[in-house]
Design a protein around this ligand. Structure first.
Ligand SMILES: *Cc1c(COP(=O)(O)O)cnc(C)c1O
Length: 389
């Protein structure tokens, strides 16, 4: 389906609500039955009927339809956070005695789900370097049920060969899950490579305005039904109708926003690559990137995250650089309109906590919707400040 149709019209039945252009927020926890007969027929088809907003809500349904179409899947669910979407997708496909193979540097709370929470329920795991196809295959055991991928991840942008992963997983009846938050549906559709479940932190590009926390699960009718009947309903992972309406509004400009962020990031990455203050650049679609060929095969763009290793000898220099930047706010997260930076040094020397394994010279930038010149001039003065020119 044409992306313009998806973002502007799909799922919107305007005649049902006074021909309003923008869909109403159906801010209601439950829905009335006209009769006992209606009550019975509704419960006979609980998955599709409006009974109670933990399960179904008309505003949320519009959003689900758009997201499924964006990811080329049959259906989608939305949750109250990206972490909830990841947890539901994984948990729906494992039981005690099963085993998960997962890329070694996934999102932090995905790592905790697989290494801390699920082992409490008897689910075992192996973390692998997803850059090596043979290692992925070797890590699978007879009881492996899930292959969890994040391509690219959001720090060093490691990617996996999705076609290969989908093929070997199918041979062994293993469910494949990809966190596609970074590439977004604009630049990569993992289902086209045969991946079973696509999850997103909708907090990032999908909503794109830094004002909603949300998650997305896209898959087949059967898989979505399975997750709805178990994790979504029992754990109550629901997204509110009001947040759904905000995300529908955010989606209107998804294509514009993600392309702008990507285009500007390419310019900023080119600038950083040639700057003497940068020891190493991480940007998946920079020609010097280790996995450039595979990245260009799987993604038509890559989004606005860039990581650098600063050429700095002391923490004082890193702090001078970070504090000199005025147009990149110090924050976690990404995917909104505003440019951000996440300096690893902020995860060092936290009272009562071990230092992050990520070196203190590493800084991750998110390039938002500002212009390249505006951001590059800020970086330029910060490098000068770092070296006290
Ligand atoms: C932020 C993020 C998550 C978690 O999403 P929340 O909406 O914060 O719960 C998962 N995966 C990736 C890649 C993320 O960046």
């Amino acid at each position: 389906m044409d992306i313009n149709d998806i973002l502007t019209h799909l799922g919107e039945d305007r005649a049902n609500y006074f021909n309003a252009v923008a869909p109403p927020v159906i801010q209601s926890s439950n829905f009335v039955f006209n009769s006992v007969e209606h009550m019975r027929s509704s419960f006979a088809d609980e998955f599709n009927q409006h009974i109670y907003t933990r399960g179904n809500n008309p505003t949320v349904t519009i959003l689900r339809k758009k997201l499924a179409a964006l990811e080329h899947t049959e259906d989608a669910l939305v949750t109250g956070s990206g972490a909830a979407a990841v947890a539901a997708a994984v948990m729906a496909n494992v039981k005690a005695g099963d085993h998960i193979v997962c890329v070694q540097k996934p999102y932090s709370w995905t790592y905790k789900l697989i290494s801390k929470l699920l082992p409490r329920f008897g689910v075992d795991f192996t973390f692998i370097d997803g850059k090596n196809n043979k290692e992925i295959e070797d890590a699978t055991k007879p009881n492996t049920k899930v292959l969890y991928l994040e391509s690219p991840n959001t720090l060093t942008f490691d990617i996996q060969d999705l076609t290969f992963c989908a093929q070997i997983a199918k041979q062994h009846q293993i469910v494949t899950i990809v966190d596609n938050s970074h590439a977004s549906p604009i630049f990569q559709n993992p289902s086209d490579f045969g991946i079973d479940i696509i999850v997103h932190s909708g907090t990032k590009y999908i909503n794109g305005h830094s004002d909603v926390v949300n998650g997305v699960i896209c898959s087949s009718h059967a898989m979505i039904r399975k997750i709805f009947d178990s994790e979504l309903m029992t754990l109550g992972l629901t997204l509110s109708p009001h947040d759904a309406a905000l995300i529908i509004r955010g989606l209107r400009t998804l294509d514009l926003r993600v392309r702008r962020s990507d285009e500007t990031a390419h310019k900023v990455a080119t600038y950083l690559y040639s700057h003497p203050g940068v020891e190493k650049l991480y940007f998946p679609l920079h020609p010097a990137s280790e996995q450039y060929t595979l990245a260009s095969k799987q993604m038509s763009g890559c989004g606005g995250l860039i990581t650098i290793k600063l050429k700095a000898d002391t923490k004082v220099e890193v702090l001078r650089f970070v504090h000199a930047l005025k147009r990149f706010l110090i924050a976690v997260s990404w995917g909104g309109y505003e440019s951000l930076m996440m300096p690893s040094i902020g995860f060092h020397e936290i009272p009562g906590m071990p230092d992050s394994p990520v070196h203190w010279t590493m800084v991750r930038f998110y390039v938002g919707l500002e212009s390249a010149d505006y951001l590059i001039s800020d970086l330029d003065q910060a490098f000068n400040e770092m070296r006290q020119l």
